[in-house]
Design a protein around this ligand. Sequence first.
Ligand code: PRT
Ligand code: ZN
Length: 212
Amino acid sequence: MEKLRLAIQKSGRLSEGSMDLIKKCGIKVSNGKGKLKAEASNFPIEFLFLRDDDIPGYVADGVADIGIVGENVLVEKAKEVKLIHRLGFSKCRLSLAIPKSEEYSGISYFEGKDIATSYPKILSDYLKEQGVNAQIHEISGSVEIAPSIGLAQGVCDIVSSGSTLFQNGLKEVEEIFFSEAVAVASPGLSAEKQEILDKLLFRINALQNADS
Ligand code: PRT
Ligand code: ZN
């Protein structure tokens, strides 16, 4: 029998919610620490544990059939996958922030400025929509320190509580994108795999209906 291959984050802010969801669906899996693959003992599903950034690509290529990823990464990577379900955990937003001491005059503040981010696509789409020209500097981590080291005048980064921005002397001035964990699927699933996926989604729906 075919198995559905599910890609989930190996370790990070999506992992716990993802494994918790699987467990609540009654699916048993023992993921020994450090393992990159695992199988469920009571459901035709196998797991790939990956970096979240790689999940949309693997699902688009069909290496994994489905995946759980943050909407921010999904939209940024712009791969050919289908969004099949919103999962409601790992909620956050992508925001623009500037040094606390600066006066903020509205989005035109960013005209001609340098902005550091790990989300160049979402940011550039947003700036275009707003009619603002700014230079985007893509950096892969520690975006919040960019203004204090003179790399940029503003940042566009993921915010949850806001304490990281605060600790780095920044204030949030625009919320540009809202994100939560979502399930995505490969465009060309076989009928057999689709059937397994439908069973899984049935369980997820039942859980979400019980919660609300
Ligand atoms: O190793 P891998 O590449 O798999 O993981 P990662 O380090 O790239 O991602 P990870 O685990 O940090 O986040 C995975 C996903 O969780 C993100 O893509 C978001 O969809 C979601 N998420 C939810 C968050 C946060 N909340 C969050 N707070 N992702 C990042 N953060 C960062 C934020 O950038 C800030 O620097 O956490 C820091 C603290 O946030 P505050 O505002 O609470 O201080
Ligand atoms: Zn990542």
